[in-house]
Design a binder for this molecule. Structure first.
Ligand code: CO
Length: 206
């Protein structure tokens, strides 16, 4: 099977250079993506493919349930590099309906380390318990939690000092919240875009 992957790779590289002979040569020199994607590790949610972008066009950070925890050195390093060095213009926090991480966060089962990782989702669930309890169907309730989690992570990113320092020096950065649907391949914009402190204040109770 791994031989298949290597063959796939050679065929892919050949296709790229057949269309554009200098494709890889250009990328060696630099990357200048305008977007940072913060998404779920789920194999069905591949960043570049969903937004149809080539290598070099989107900086990607993925983890279980697309979290942006303010103490996570991995995420923070990615965010700082994206903002301070790459100077991305847009941060896309992209959740997806049917997220196993979201479901696992609130199903009451113990799994070990992942329970700690998913803890912020239980907090979001608790904050919005009245809204969530009013949704009778479990799938719809979990899908709403997927959205609420994205909104919370948008707030986390926009609250970060790297982003706020960028705004203070006049650098334009917008943080967006999207949810991807596995069933039709389409992204929904949750319309919670934060481009400055005024926008951020509107997400205060999320
Ligand atoms: Co997921």
């Amino acid at each position: 099977m791994l031989e298949d992957l290597k063959a796939n790779n050679r065929a892919w590289a050949a296709r790229k250079t057949a269309v554009d002979a200098d494709f890889f040569k250009r990328l060696v020199g630099q990357q200048a993506p305008e977007y940072l994607w913060i998404g779920c590790s789920d194999s069905r949610v591949p960043a570049n493919e969903i937004i149809d972008l080539d290598p070099g066009e989107v900086f990607v950070h993925r983890n279980v349930a697309n979290l942006a925890p303010p103490q996570d050195a991995n995420y923070l390093s990615v965010l700082q590099f994206a903002i301070d060095v790459l100077k991305v213009k847009h941060v896309l926090v992209v959740g997806h309906y049917g997220c196993g991480g979201i479901a696992a966060a609130v199903d009451g089962q113990r799994r070990g380390l992942i329970d700690h990782w998913l803890h912020p989702i239980r907090e979001v669930s608790h904050i919005h318990r009245h809204e969530l309890e009013a949704i009778p169907e479990e799938r719809a309730r979990l899908d709403r939690l997927c959205e609420l989690n994205v909104i919370r992570q948008v707030r986390n990113v926009a609250s970060d000092v790297f982003v706020q320092d960028a705004w203070a020096r006049g650098q334009q950065v917008c943080v967006h919240g999207w949810v991807y649907s596995l069933s039709n391949g389409l992204v929904t914009d949750l319309n919670v875009t934060v481009g400055g402190l005024d926008d951020l204040a509107k997400l205060d109770d999320c």
